[in-house]
Design a protein around this ligand. Structure first.
Ligand code: ASP
Length: 338
């Protein structure tokens, strides 16, 4: 019996058309492009159905609302299909894949995000392989989680990050091995596929646009300038620090800010600007103020995963203390525990 796969098109380069303002998505265009790919009708291909989201967006415009709509579409079609391929713009694909990994609780089927750097209407499009291989991976069913396939690699969605603005191998997951490599054969890494157990029927976790922020530390940063935004309204901040979690602590300029965040109950999550490796609060004196203030270590999480996880935990109604505890726990394979 042939597997049935739902292709969900959200927008993004893969189905875009040229306009006088640059590439943009257009309703119906992707369906036409797919008709022109004979392999999609090959006996080797699974049966597939295209569902187009509305409106189609460049992924720079995707928000928590669209994450919810994508989650809802997967939930609504879950019983009719063996797997899902989500076609999405590359710019924020790692954020959406991370968000969906938290939103889809007890997911037992593959949800494969993919897209392309060159639209399908162009001769050299990378979209054909990305789509066809994603369809096969979804039909094989071995990676029953939210993944991202791009340029020959199947990555865990909440470990992926866009690393190239124009390369065809645009994504990597520096802190986690690829789940599979697609060469002549699609080879899965059985050990990498293991992750926290999911049991029970699929449920959709609530996702709200909780007021959170991302602050990237840089040499000479004037922390005082950021003080006005640190109100009680701001519930979480992902702080992108140097190396293993270090911040310029000379003169204690950051201290009042950290203290204010603590007083307001704002959760501070410490991530690293280095793609590879982990945060170790307290390894250097320059991370001591963060450790002392009760900031949370984002360990080896990507910023994308940390942002999505903050939205997820706040939307579930957890207290700040609970959010802090859960941020350091491995919920969907998004971080490496101690
Ligand atoms: N700007 C596009 C998007 O993210 C880029 C792409 O799809 O590659 O929608």
């Amino acid at each position: 019996m042939k597997k049935r796969i739902c292709i969900l098109y959200t927008g993004g380069t893969i189905g875009m058309v040229p306009t006088d303002r640059g590439y943009a998505p257009k309703p119906g265009a992707l369906a036409q492009y797919l008709k022109a790919i004979p392999d999609l009708a090959s006996p080797e291909a699974p049966t597939w159905e295209l569902v187009e989201m509305e409106p189609l967006l460049d992924s720079s415009n995707i928000t928590v609302r669209e994450w919810r709509a994508i989650g809802q579409a997967i939930f609504d079609h879950y019983d009719r299909f063996d797997g899902f391929v989500v076609l999405h713009g590359t710019d924020t694909m790692a954020y959406t894949a991370s968000a969906l990994s938290f939103m889809l609780e007890n997911l037992q089927k593959p949800v494969i995000f993919t897209g392309s750097q060159i639209p399908l209407c162009r001769m050299r499009s990378d979209g054909r392989d990305n789509l066809i291989t994603s369809l096969l991976i979804a039909a094989q069913g071995r990676a029953a989680e939210v993944c991202l396939y791009f340029g020959g690699k199947l990555l865990r969605g909440n470990r992926a990050t866009k690393r190239s603005a124009d390369g065809l191998r645009a994504f990597s997951s520096p802190n986690y091995p690829p789940l599979a490599m697609a060469g002549v054969e699609i080879r899965y890494d059985q050990a990498a596929l293991a992750r926290p157990a999911q049991k029970g029927p699929l449920t959709l976790a609530p996702f709200e646009a909780a007021p959170i922020g991302v602050l990237k530390v840089f040499p000479g940063i004037q922390f005082g300038l950021f003080e006005p935004i640190l109100t009680e309204a701001l519930r979480g901040i992902v702080l992108e620090t140097f190396g293993a979690g270090n911040i310029p602590d000379g003169g204690g300029a950051l201290l009042p800010l950290i203290q204010k965040a603590g007083k307001n109950g704002t959760v501070l999550v410490v991530c690293s600007q280095c793609g590879e490796g982990s945060v170790h609060l307290g390894a250097y004196a320059t991370s001591a103020p963060l450790k002392a203030s009760g900031a949370v270590s984002g360990r080896d999480m990507t910023t994308e995963a940390a942002v999505a996880k903050l939205y997820y935990l706040f939307s579930r109604g957890h207290s700040a203390a609970e959010v802090k505890r859960l941020m350091e726990q491995d919920l969907r394979g998004e971080l490496t525990g101690e």
